[in-house]
Write a protein that binds this ligand. Structure first.
Ligand SMILES: *Cc1c(COP(=O)(O)O)cnc(C)c1O
Length: 463
């Protein structure tokens, strides 16, 4: 296959993609594949001779789509969304076509500069002060790891990078139990250790208790430990918990600790001013992560980290060996120095296309609809006999269960997902099994959302 053949096949792929999206409502949302089924359809060894693209494409159509869970399905209400708005998919096709590596300014000047401008656009869209700059990572996990490594090194006066961590006091991090497992992972791989991630108690609203945070920091200092930083939760993954960001930041600041805010999912909603009270005080954070690749519509992957001062993170993560010097332009922004991997994709182009093609008003309208429809759906489910709401909507996320208990609820969920008209996933809350509903597919309609109540009622009737 050469580039002239690619021209034709790209057109064929574009048609395939358009037909795929047009037909999504007719497909079961969650894959019906069984483990091992797809692998068994592939030869065990690679071909020695080239094969015609026609055959490869035909096998793709035969094997792949039916064995996929359809994340762009308008009735995908599981996990959190990974929305790919059409305009962002178009940008990704162009990025794929150029196939550049954006590690340094000079390896992709437009990628670096559009990234800087897009981070600025999003900063304004979210209502953050203009001292925040930032970068685009692959995932919130990488952003949080970068923030935690920076906390560690700032606490150690940048000694750990070269001398390692042995013989030092125990470093301590603080977060509530509602924070995502990516914080536990960061504590593990930063060499701090999961046991040194203190899970600060929450109150009845699932917010970290500021007084308990202050107490935990003071007790650790008394014990000779070295507090390094606080990670706050703005929209937890399980049921959408929010810490009281401003109050907790005040505690962290008075203890001299940096703060990273994980708003991976809920950050997108902050383009709507009426939701910003949920993270009020966030402007005091040192680092904030949110994933435009979740709710906003920028195709995966796209995780934006805002930094009040990039200096400490660049000092922690930046290395400049001779082969990466950029003759005479050493002051320029080289985004690899802001993150863990050296190689980087050109992720900003899809934000540029997305924000322009829908406008902030178009994106806000979708999020407002999702939040409103989640409220209507919550009421429709609550009205079904035998259904209980477990957690009330946090933006567009809530959870429910059957009054009959965990087993019947679990059984209902597996029947919902085998049925295929909608897709939901589970969590545990206050010791009980609950079914999560998040309303977030980019182009879902009110009918798509209300179908959840119809499917649940239908399956309960058949019981
Ligand atoms: C999804 C999510 C993450 C992890 O995001 P990745 O980009 O997949 O690493 C972290 N925190 C929260 C609150 C999330 O919802």
């Amino acid at each position: 296959m050469d580039h002239e053949a690619l021209r034709g096949w790209s057109k064929r792929a574009a048609d395939w993609i358009a037909d795929y999206h047009a037909g999504l409502r007719d497909r079961p949302v969650r894959a019906r594949a069984l483990p091992g089924e797809t692998a068994a359809l592939l030869p065990g060894s690679p071909p020695d001779a080239p094969e015609p693209v026609e055959a490869i494409f035909a096998d793709f159509e035969r094997i792949v789509p039916d064995a996929m869970t359809h994340w762009q399905h308008p009735r995908f209400f599981a996990y959190f969304p990974a929305n790919a708005a059409p305009a962002s998919m178009l940008a990704e096709q162009l990025v794929n076509g150029m196939a550049a590596q954006a590690m340094l300014w000079q390896t992709a000047p437009a990628a670096t500069e559009i990234e800087t401008v897009m981070v600025g656009w999003l900063r304004q869209a979210l209502g953050l002060p203009d001292r925040f700059t930032g970068t685009i990572h692959d995932s919130a996990t990488t952003a949080t790891l970068s923030a935690v490594l920076t906390m560690r090194e700032a606490a150690l006066g940048w000694a750990g990078l070269t001398a390692g961590l042995s013989g030092l006091p125990r470093l301590r991090l603080y977060a509530s139990a509602e924070t995502h497992s990516s914080i536990d992972k960061a504590a593990r791989i930063a060499g701090i250790g999961q046991d040194n991630l203190v899970k600060v108690p929450t109150d009845a609203t699932l917010s970290m208790k500021p007084g308990a945070l202050a107490g935990a920091i003071a007790a650790d200092r008394d014990a000779g430990h070295l507090p390094a930083g606080v990670i706050l939760c703005a929209g937890g993954t399980s049921v959408g918990a929010f810490d009281r960001i401003g109050d907790c930041i005040a505690v962290a600041k008075s203890a001299g600790l940096p703060v990273h805010v994980d708003a991976a999912w809920a950050g997108s909603a902050m383009i709507c001013p009426e939701f910003r009270w949920l993270w009020s005080g966030v402007e005091g954070a040192d680092s904030i992560v949110f994933n435009p690749h979740k709710w906003l519509g920028a195709q995966f992957d796209c995780a934006v980290q805002f930094l009040a001062d990039p200096g400490p993170q660049v000092r922690t993560l930046g290395l400049r060996p001779a082969y990466l010097e950029t003759a005479g332009r050493e002051e320029i922004t080289n985004f690899n120095e802001w993150t863990v991997p050296l190689g980087r994709r050109f992720r900003a182009l899809k934000l540029w296309f997305l924000i322009r093609a829908y406008g902030l008003d178009g994106l806000r309208g979708r999020i407002r609809n999702h939040v409103a429809w989640a409220g209507e759906l919550r009421d429709a489910l609550a009205a079904l006999p035998g259904v209980e709401i477990v957690t009330e909507p946090a933006l567009s996320l809530f959870s429910f269960r059957l009054a009959a208990g965990d087993r019947p609820t679990e059984d209902l969920l597996s029947r919902i997902n085998d049925d295929g008209r909608i897709y939901l996933t589970q969590t545990r809350h206050a010791g009980r099994y609950a079914i999560r509903v998040q309303v977030g597919p980019f182009d879902c309609t009110r009918d798509d959302v209300m179908a959840v109540a119809e499917v649940v009622a239908d399956l309960m009737r058949r019981d």
